[in-house]
Design a protein around this ligand. Structure first.
Ligand code: MEV
Length: 307
């Protein structure tokens, strides 16, 4: 039986989450937790199989409606709306932890379907279909999750424009899951309410986070990891000020700093989900990882971006 796969991966926002929704620049990194979508022919209907839902596409739960809309649009575009298919999703990315699972799943599915029907897929077409899924999942997504799920290098992202970033010295990261599920749509709307009540706070907050993003880009280009660490700490303070951090994340961030991280911050939508810590060596990375586990992190990952 014929089958093909589409692939994608998770993402980490280094700096600029939330502000990026307002047109500020942000830096994001591809993070090697993988998603594979396997497409094969079956005898009836369209079936989705995954750890979060297995059954007919039409009965997919409301919170996964974005995936349904995306699959249906792709099949219409490919002139295959009545084909009988099974879409099996294998994902290593925990859901609701700020790691971009929804965008990565959609990217893998769209790639899988195009490859199954042996049709060329350019980035613009892929983005348009994934955007459909993301609008259901997040309301008003900036597009950074999708852009990172499609990129093999760190990116600078602003208003949909993507620039590949060079890294000049190794960046060692520890990612830790607080164990609590965040809801990006809710945290994004809370920030919107806060900003719309106070124009001065909004302008100041966005201006400071823009300065941090530009400085982080330049620190990355120069390989100034100490400076990059300080900027991550500053970015975390800004995120606390707009109310998207919480005690559990702050505890892990402080633990990582005390354990010798050069900088630490929450990553993604916040309200739970993950934090990241930056260090300058593989040994420190392992040490911080086990300290974070002892401090209550549900799961940790170590990863290095090589120049
Ligand atoms: C979510 O990964 C990042 C946010 O900035 C939302 C978005 O950019 O759409 C919180």
């Amino acid at each position: 039986k014929r089958n093909t796969s589409g692939f994608s991966h998770s993402k980490i926002i280094l700096t600029g989450e939330h502000a990026v929704v307002y047109g500020n620049p942000a830096i994001a990194l591809p993070f090697p937790l993988k998603v594979e979508a396997v497409i094969e022919e079956v005898t009836s209907g369209i079936i989705v199989e995954s750890t979060f839902y297995t059954g007919p596409l039409e009965q997919i739960p409301t919170k996964l409606e974005g995936i349904r809309a995306c699959i249906q649009q792709v099949l219409i575009a490919l002139k295959r709306p009545c084909d009988k298919l099974k879409i099996t999703i294998h994902s290593q990315i925990p859901i609701g932890k700020g790691l971009g699972s929804s965008a990565a799943i959609a990217v893998a599915i769209v790639r899988g379907l195009f490859s199954f029907f042996e049709t060329k897929l350019d980035d613009k077409t892929l983005s348009a279909f994934v955007h459909t899924a993301e609008v259901y999942a997040h309301g008003s997504p900036s597009g950074i999750d999708m852009a990172t799920a499609m990129s093999d290098t760190p990116i600078w992202f602003q208003n949909g424009d993507i620039v590949r970033l060079e890294v000049t010295s190794p960046l060692h990261f520890v990612i830790a899951d607080s164990g609590r599920i965040g809801n990006t749509q809710k945290s994004v709307s809370r920030v919107r309410a806060l900003y719309s009540n106070d124009e001065v706070l909004k302008a100041d907050s966005l201006r400071r986070m823009k300065v941090i993003a530009f400085a982080a880009k330049s620190a990355m280009a120069k390989g100034d990891i100490q400076k990059l660490g300080k900027l991550l700490n500053e970015n975390h303070s800004e995120l606390i000020q707009i109310g998207v951090s919480e005690d559990g994340l702050n505890h892990l961030v402080n633990t990582a700093r005390s354990a010798g991280a050069l900088g630490a911050k929450l990553t993604g939508g916040g309200d739970g989900g993950c934090m990241l810590a930056l260090t300058d060596s593989k040994e420190k990375m392992e040490e911080i990882s086990s300290t974070l586990t002892s401090a209550g992190a549900q799961q940790t990952w170590c990863f290095t971006i090589e120049p």
